[in-house]
Design a protein around this ligand. Structure first.
Ligand code: F3S
Length: 374
């Protein structure tokens, strides 16, 4: 990979050991994937934040870092709501270790908004190069917003944030942003159906780039659910909501192919994977109006969105449901080993392996009915 004189100096250690190590990571990646150069990025998003997932080893790794990020950088969800952790049943040792992780990131100049929907806080422009790690956010940035990011690991996104650049390969390049396969759906879908569809399609297409033909165009929340599920059950980082090229292969799916909903009885119902938008919170408030929950119902969103949705959240919480920020059902230890009902294809994929929970999916309306039924 070609480096400029300034980049060579960073690699030689002239900007300190941490930037040198970061540049080494970026150069190694660039060499593996045949990038010809680095490109400047406009933002970064770092995964590997919850103490549940990174543990003491992750905290130690962060403790050894110094310096400051040079582009706006946000974090993925951590293991608890920073204010409601007691209600979530999180123990004080976990809280202390989790807050130590957040402090380490803040010392690097990172904005400690912990969300998988950083695009609600600050949406990247179409064409912007990014270095984002959260797979659902990568999918949304590439496919809905037209920005350009590979699916980074925690260390490579952090290295890019510290250097302000990333190797120009993969989804940064035009030639890789083309569909491989068409998925044709000839029946109407709505809401959580898109998460169910993504769960099925991700398993079928794996890391290919699908394009879709729908009966009616999905809205942004539905595209978010579709992309998140495909990124989890497969490793799709880019898709096209409309057909735009002649594909090599066509998949046609009928309604029964995507009917993965279950009517099992849950211990807990958790919504908001990825973190709810303002319109999703409003839908949940409408579905809960005049009802009282009979079993725990948690709703995950970002603090940014929550701060702008206070009346909707009051209305949701009047039912006994709780809205939590900074965290989610998968990266928090609060939801482990339970029968967990979700409205998300991504949570359906990760619940069994990362929470050791019997996880099943319903529509948002069915999840709320289950939460309100004793
Ligand atoms: Fe976000 Fe957690 Fe789902 S990070 S995408 S809510 S698994």
């Amino acid at each position: 990979m070609h480096l400029t004189r300034d980049e060579e100096d960073v690699l030689a250690g002239e900007s300190g050991a941490v930037k040198q190590k970061s540049m080494e990571i970026l150069v190694a990646l660039g060499d593996i994937y045949n990038a010809e150069r680095l490109v400047p990025i406009e933002s970064a998003q770092i995964a590997g934040v919850s103490y549940k997932t990174i543990g003491e080893a992750g905290l130690e790794y962060l403790t050894d870092l110094s310096g400051k990020v040079v582009v706006p950088t946000m974090l993925n969800p951590m293991g608890m709501d920073r204010y409601k952790w007691r209600e979530m049943g999180i123990n004080e040792t976990f809280v202390e270790r989790q807050l130590a992780i957040i402090r380490r990131y803040e010392m690097l100049g990172i904005d400690a908004q912990c969300t998988c929907t950083p695009y609600y806080v600050s949406a990247p422009r179409a064409g912007a190069h990014l270095s984002w790690a959260e797979s659902s956010a990568v999918s949304y940035a590439n496919s809905v917003l037209g920005a350009r990011t590979n699916r980074e690991g925690g260390p490579s996104a952090l290295a890019a944030a510290l250097v302000g650049k990333t190797p120009n390969y993969g989804y940064h390049r035009d030639e890789n942003r083309v569909p491989d396969i068409s998925v044709r759906i000839d029946f109407p879908l709505a809401g959580s159906d898109f998460g169910a569809l993504g769960y099925i399609v991700g398993k079928m297409v794996k890391s290919q780039v699908p394009q879709f033909s729908f009966v009616a165009p999905p809205n942004a929340d539905e595209l978010k659910a579709l992309g998140a599920a495909m990124a989890a059950s497969g490793s799709v980082a880019l898709f096209f909501p409309k057909e735009r090229a002649m594909p090599r292969e066509i998949i046609e799916l009928g309604r029964s192919d995507v009917d993965i909903y279950s009517s099992s009885e849950p211990d807990v119902v958790v919504l908001g994977c990825p973190h709810c938008s303002r319109s999703e919170l409003a839908d949940i408030a409408r579905l809960l109006e005049g009802r009282t929950v009979a079993r725990p119902l948690w709703i995950c969103t970002s603090r940014f969105v929550a701060d702008r949705s206070s009346s909707v959240i009051s209305s949701i919480e009047a039912s006994g449901a709780r809205v939590i920020c900074d965290t989610c059902m998968i990266v928090s230890p609060a939801f482990e080993k339970q029968r967990m009902m979700v409205n998300s294809g991504k949570a359906l994929e990760y619940g069994p392996s990362l929470c050791n929970s019997h996880t099943f999916m319903g529509t948002t309306a069915n999840c709320i009915t289950a939460a309100c039924t004793a």
